[in-house]
Design a protein around this ligand. Structure first.
Ligand code: FAD
Ligand code: NAD
Length: 464
């Protein structure tokens, strides 16, 4: 007979959406469990996404600095070598530290991890099947679905997980490829492409659309494209890839109207899709659209006490968005008020320089017929960026023409990922460009460029 367990709240999925929801539920006094099928908690983000990719980006950035930037500072080093096995060992250690950290937080908050594949059998019950086939029935007053997403597979570019790989494969290529071809000039293609380019690979990006990073601020994208090409990226836009063929250790990529391209690894990074199949979700009457779970503004599915969050409910596929939704859904389940301000969700691309944005792009404001003013400031005029030897990029503030309220803030520059928090906070507080401009910023720091761009909205930047 199957085991049976009862909880106040059960979360399906232990990613950033799910594990954060579980911790918030425990804080609110719910007897909580989290169902996760993998051997470690943390989901896509911690195991095979944000964290390992940033570990590799940081290692490869250090390599790049030693190789190309150290001598400018008068530091003489012999030509550095990369030991890829150690690179991966360090990355795996970073991941293990953080997945263990989530397990520790579960223990601390008395959250039970039910390891196995979860399936809904009614709006209040789930069945958890462990790897050895043992089944546990779980009853819960509240259910939060957070099963996340998986890479999109193109029918004409099927993954073989050896040479035709997804992002998970690109995080563990065992040696620096001679030639890496990336299909998709989005965030994964450019981040993981940057890793291997810095370590010495030739990297070709084949993007279907007229530009890379579709949907980001056009001016930022144009500058990023120029800088990335200068770094060595072979970026080809408007490409129609039609297939790929394995020939031993090489892959021949076919592109319409061009000579076939030979490479040793082909990374297909053309987006991710909600992963919701085989979990009995639609069977409970929960509305799905192309695999995406449909929820209302309370993250409620419309069935029983079942909520859903994260990559599986659509919108931007970002860890911090999933986390905030997890907190809000559980607060609603507890009869409190939850809140996610989607206008203030920052988006970062961890290339170097980094690209970060929050709020509307100039293109979106134009399309909406909104009257706005622009303030810009280049890092070449920022003291700290000069001291670092990082003059590339700029900050751009978009503010309402009448009220001066910040509508969007976009930047390309060193550590833009850290600087965007100030912009998100300004937007959360419905701040004006003048509010940022009148805030004292420590000197000399990179965020002074944000202050100056905000001042520039009113035509009063000091250092330009
Ligand atoms: P997931 O993290 O996908 O977690 C879902 C979990 O549910 C998984 O662990 C899965 O095993 C489990 N699960 C699913 N179904 C079941 C089931 N039936 N039974 C048991 N367990 C189940 N976002 C950022 O914000 N910043 C970044 O820098 C960033 N970098 C990324 C880099 C890469 C290479 C990738 C692939 C993604 C990156 N992302 C980044 C996106 C981010 O990882 C996702 O948006 C985030 O993980 C979504 O969280 P989630 O909890 O909704 O789903
Ligand atoms: P993406 O949507 O960012 O980029 C996919 C790119 O592939 C787009 O530019 C698209 O035009 C292109 N494309 C689609 N079909 C194509 C085809 N047939 N041929 C050539 N190009 C094609 O998706 P991604 O890079 O796979 O990343 C998936 C998601 O993961 C992201 O949207 C993001 O939400 C998340 N992510 C976030 C971060 C971060 O926050 N730094 C990092 C990695 C991943």
């Amino acid at each position: 007979m199957a085991d049976e367990k009862t909880f106040d709240l059960v979360v399906l999925g232990g990613g950033p959406g799910g594990y954060v929801a579980a911790i918030r539920a425990a804080q609110l006094g719910f007897k909580t469990a989290c169902i996760e099928k993998e051997a470690a908690l943390g989901g896509t983000c911690v195991r095979i996404g944000c964290i390992p990719s940033k570990a590799l980006l940081d290692s490869s950035e250090l390599f790049e600095q030693i190789r190309h930037k150290a001598k400018v500072h008068g530091i003489q080093v012999a030509e550095p070598q990369i030991d890829v096995a150690t690179l991966h060992k360090r990355k795996d250690g970073v991941v293990k530290g953080l997945t263990d950290g989530v397990a520790y937080l579960f223990k601390k908050n008395k959250i039970e991890w039910l390891r196995g594949f979860g399936r809904m059998t009614s709006p209040e019950t789930l069945e958890v099947e462990s790897a050895d086939g043992a089944k546990t029935t779980v009853r819960a007053k509240h259910v939060v679905l957070a099963p996340g997403s998986v890479p999109v597979e193109l029918p004409f570019l099927k993954f073989d997980h050896e040479r035709i790989i997804d992002s998970t494969g690109a995080l563990s290529i065992p040696q620096v490829p001679g030639h890496l071809v990336v299909v998709g000039g989005g965030v994964i293609g450019l981040e993981l492409g940057s890793v291997w380019l810095r370590l010495g690979a030739k990297v070709t990006v084949l993007e279907a659309m007229p530009t890379i990073l579709t949907g980001m601020d056009g001016e930022v994208v144009k500058t990023a494209d120029r800088i990335l090409r200068k770094q060595g990226f072979d970026i080809r836009t408007g490409q129609r890839v039609t297939g790929a063929e394995r020939k031993g250790e090489t892959v021949i990529v076919s592109v319409e109207g061009q000579e076939p391209i030979e490479c040793d690894y082909l990374l297909v990074s053309v987006g991710r899709r909600a992963y919701t199949e085989g979990m009995g979700i639609a069977e409970q009457g929960i509305r799905m659209e192309r695999g995406v779970i449909q929820v209302d503004e309370r993250y409620h599915t419309g069935v029983g006490n079942v909520y859903a969050i994260g990559d599986a409910i659509g919108g931007r596929m970002l860890a911090h968005k999933a986390e905030e939704e997890g907190v809000a859904a559980v607060e609603f389940a507890a009869g409190k008020h939850g809140h996610v301000n989607y206008d203030a969700v920052a988006n970062v691309v961890y290339t170097w320089p980094e690209i970060a944005s929050v709020g509307s792009t100039e293109e979106e404001l134009k399309a909406a017929g909104r009257e706005y003013r622009v303030g810009k400031f280049p890092f070449s005029a920022n003291g700290r960026a000069k001291a670092m030897g990082e003059p590339d990029g700029f900050v751009k503030v978009l503010a309402d023409a009448k009220t001066d309220r910040v509508l969007g803030l976009h930047m390309l520059g060193p550590r833009a990922s850290d600087m965007i928090a100030e912009a998100a906070l300004a937007m959360e507080f419905q701040g004006a460009a003048e509010d940022i401009g009148r805030t004292v910023h420590a000197h000399p720091t990179l965020p002074e460029a944000v202050k100056e761009a905000a001042l520039a909205v009113g035509g009063r930047a000091i250092h330009i």
